[in-house]
Ligand binder design. Sequence first.
Ligand code: ADP
Length: 309
Amino acid sequence: MEKKSILSVKNLQKIYKKNGKLQTKAIENLNLEVKEGEIFGLLGPNGAGKSTFINILAGLVLKTSGEVNVWGFDIDKNPRQVRASIGIVPQELNLDPFFNPRKLLELQAGLYGVKKKDRITDTILKMVSLDNQADSYSRGLSGGMKRRLMIAKALVHQPPIVILDEPTAGVDVELRKNLWQNVKLLNKNGVSIILTTHYLHEAQEMCDRIGIINKGKLVALDTTKNLLNRIEKKKITLKLSEKIDLKDNELETLKILSLNHKELTLIYDKNRLNIDQILNYVNKKNVRIIDMSTDDGDLEDVFVALTNN
Ligand code: ADP
């Protein structure tokens, strides 16, 4: 069965104008679709248009042209239904320090017009592991707890889609892991996730599919797996019994990245050379291979190639 489209964007454009004059083309002819149940990552260097895109979805920025459809609702015709379908976790922590988590969630639910009997405050607090802090002032919460509370706030109206804008910018490693566990749990519970991040490793680990934008244009849109398959260069490191005499390109596409004592690191094009050829070649030089490791490259390689950053 074909999965439901939760976000469909067609020919989206955003041009910021100043005094009626064209200033910046922040988004140019963007087309993409996100399916129900996905964790979709939007990546791009600074100024690519990520915030503009999210702000359009959130109803904070008006698009110049194009169509945006969220959970089956057109953003122009049904802006309220669009707003009700998404929960946004913004970049900045904006929590009133004088309220406790329970009160904050209740206020937020009120803001979204969720009736008292329909509220699931305790369930949400449990889900983000803040049930023990439900009645503590939020100013006393740790950084991690505050981040989780931000996610909780986005969930009060039980949106089927949650959008996280750079959720881990400036957050330490331990906290990040914890945050991602929460996001994965949300996703397991059936919530579709759209996120932007600078951390390519994170996107690689978290996302089913990734869109890469650069200067407002989509430069790649594929499954994380397919994007990683685009990497042509492979790295291999060999520990050898003695120092080897080897030159660049002695074997087609083979380059020496480093050669220190008995450790040799090579880069090669995996479509043109295979590992057997390399090992045979090294063996012919009368050195023994004591140990070996390979590195397939990561999303960063794809990203750099596509954005020239
Ligand atoms: P990102 O979130 O990927 O860093 P942004 O969406 O913030 O990118 O910015 C995309 C482009 O639009 C940039 O060139 C930025 O300078 C420009 N821009 C963003 N917001 C405004 C604004 N309010 N007025 C004018 N230009 C803007």
